[in-house]
Design a protein around this ligand. Structure first.
Ligand SMILES: Cc1cc2nc3c(=O)[nH]c(=O)nc-3n(C[C@H](O)[C@H](O)[C@H](O)COP(=O)(O)OP(=O)(O)OC[C@H]3O[C@@H](n4cnc5c(N)ncnc54)[C@H](O)[C@@H]3O)c2cc1C
Length: 560
């Protein structure tokens, strides 16, 4: 089935490259990895022994990204009472009938080994008194399988260990403050490198290009597409936008996970907001509506520990009914010791913001948290364009389906990085001259970013309808584009935000059912006939969406 979706104008925001086709400098390597979170850094380490020249380019400092912020932990069947089959079952249930079972099987069977690799690398996970990994449980997991570090500082510890290992390795080159802009392709359509804007790296200042026959997008998520998100400011969906502009297949972007308990800091708060992990509810914190009444027990047998989508929808309804911007999280019953031992980071951050959760209620509301969709890949991280891989949150491997199981995303980055390294070990795609970038460059003014974000939060959030999605898409399509003499990082990122928002809104509008992480008010039921992926790509300046069955793709071009 193929639906031509009403498209951006030819030459519109999805079709326009970000930059004029004349980079000021060129560099060559074998594998260029864009992004330095768990996906990018672990791939660099897995690939270091293959004898290739590996370069990591990252747009801020090396440690910046969502990985650093991960609180809960990383899921893997490491306990003797657990098994990959149990992990598979829990992941499929969370995915609401839309996971690719073959991809989930890869994740859960390779997961324990990948976590052990992290331990070997020097990651200091929390341990039991007996010295074993301390494993805990989160919403949707029926076994103890979440390894964590520093209580609620798992991501920071993983990043510390990965950065240290990469910096200790003279064979891995890292460029910081290097913003990748667009993919370069050769006459056959294969990807042959990236254009990028580098700041303050000696001779490599300004706009240039890194040529490589293997390009890995590890650019993380799209949180900044929405007004409120748990994601850091680098999460502007750049890798997804780059891949989409080059014509790669993008899948399931409509499945955005909204975290139900994100601290609400007032109507003017924008961008990254502090997350209050669901582990806090796991320890006994309860949700109160704006009138101070507990509302979850009547709605789901697991009450506050119901799946994230159920809690987010219930919170949105409670806010809407009371006309209030937030509900309350009551964690006073945990006591000072539990707060201090289990949640030192959340406790400190709350106190910095003037809320003491030991004695006070925390104002919370749902905010964007995770992108289940992204650049469609096969079981080896290969995207639909030859030479292009995607790994981590930027990718849609099929493991998350319509809703990610908590703590599966760090694992996905690790496992698929190892699988990409396995493909690279067999050899590189052929190296060819890149062609000039087609199309007329265009960017949005940075001032457009809050408009896009508000339109998306209002129209394509937890609760959505055909009318709300169409209004958001129309507002974004009407934004004026330009190509200023000196485009800025902010304007390039804003264009990426708008590209991703456009595709996300197209897919959200086209899916006529409620499933997983969102709620269509005009189509409140889950339909068996919609157990399909939506795959969208740019064809001759128009977005074309296909509906495909629940197995990972096998790209023909890769096997030629
Ligand atoms: C607050 C929070 C808590 C979370 N808790 C958990 C948890 O407990 N367990 C779990 O499994 N998951 C958790 N997640 C999700 C998980 O952290 C992410 O999905 C995962 O870390 C993504 O890793 P990544 O390597 O794909 O991307 P990231 O870690 O986001 O890294 C992306 C990298 O790409 C770079 N980049 C982006 N665009 C460009 C560009 N144009 N050019 C160059 N570089 C670029 C960025 O600077 C960054 O270095 C959480 C997320 C958040 C935000």
């Amino acid at each position: 089935m193929s639906i031509p979706v009403p498209a951006p104008q030819p030459g519109g925001i999805v079709a326009a490259p970000l930059l004029a086709p004349t980079p000021g400098w060129y560099e060559e390597c074998d594998v260029v990895i864009v992004g330095s979170g768990i996906a990018g850094l672990s791939l660099a380490l897995y690939a270091r022994n293959l004898g290739y020249r590996v370069m990591v380019v990252t747009k801020a400092r090396v440690e910046q990204g969502s990985t650093q912020w991960a609180q809960g932990g990383i899921a893997a069947a490491l306990d003797e009472d657990d098994s990959p089959d149990d992990h598979l079952r829990d992941t499929l249930i969370a995915g609401a009938g839309l996971c690719d079972e073959d991809a989930v099987r890869v994740l859960v069977t390779q997961g324990p080994g990948a976590v052990r690799d992290l331990v070997e690398l020097g990651t200091r996970f929390d341990r039991t008194a007996g010295g074993d990994l301390a494993l805990t449980r989160e919403g949707g997991h029926l076994r103890d399988r979440i390894a964590h570090a520093g209580g609620d500082a798992t991501g920071a510890e993983i990043v510390r260990a990965l950065v240290q290992a990469v910096q200790d390795d003279n064979d891995i080159t890292v460029y910081e403050q290097a913003l990748a802009l667009d993919l370069l392709r050769d006459a056959t359509g294969a990807v042959q490198g990236v254009t990028l804007h580098v700041m303050g790296q000696g001779q490599r200042d300004g706009v240039g290009a890194v040529l490589a026959p293997a390009v890995v997008l590890a650019t993380g998520g799209l949180g900044q597409v929405f007004a409120a998100t748990t994601n850091p400011k680098v999460a502007t969906g750049d890798g997804m936008a780059m891949a989409a502009r080059a014509g790669a297949v993008m899948a399931d972007l409509e499945f955005v996970q909204f975290h139900p308990t994100v601290m609400w800091l007032g109507p003017s708060a924008r961008g990254q907001q502090p997350l209050v992990s669901e582990a806090v509810r796991g320890e006994g914190a309860i949700l109160l509506d704006p009138h101070g009444r507990r509302f979850m027990p009547g709605l789901h047998p697991l009450a506050e520990l119901a799946p994230r989508d159920v809690v987010s929808k219930a919170v949105m309804r409670a806010m809407r009914e009371a006309g209030a911007p937030n509900v309350w999280l009551d964690g006073r019953s945990l006591g000072a010791d539990v707060w201090q031992e289990r949640f030192p980071t959340i406790l400190a951050r709350s106190r910095e913001l003037g809320i003491d959760p030991v004695t006070q209620l925390i104002p919370v509301a749902p905010a964007q948290h995770y992108a289940s969709g992204g650049v469609r890949t096969d079981l080896f991280g290969r995207a639909s364009l030859k030479g292009l891989f995607a790994c981590g949150e930027v990718a849609c491997t099929g493991v998350h389906g319509a809703n990610r199981l908590a703590s599966n995303s760090l694992l996905e980055g690790l496992v698929f990085a190892e699988r990409i390294a396995g493909v690279l070990a067999e050899g590189l795609p052929p190296r060819r001259e890149p062609s000039a970038q087609p199309g007329t460059p265009s960017v949005l003014d940075a001032a457009a970013r809050p408009l896009v974000q508000q339109a998306m939060s209002d129209g394509v959030g937890v609760l959505r309808s055909a009318a709300s999605v169409a209004a958001a898409a129309a507002e974004i399509a009407a934004l004026p584009q330009q190509f200023p003499a000196q485009p800025s990082t902010e304007s390039w990122e804003t264009s990426n935000v708008a590209v991703v928002a456009t595709i996300l809104a197209h897919q959200a509008g086209a899916r006529l059912e409620t499933r997983g992480s969102h709620w269509r008010e005009d189509y409140p039921d889950t339909e068996d006939s919609w157990r399909l992926h939506q795959q969208t790509r740019l064809v001759d300046g128009r977005l074309v969406t296909d509906h495909t069955p629940l197995t990972t793709p096998q790209w023909e071009a890769w096997n030629e």
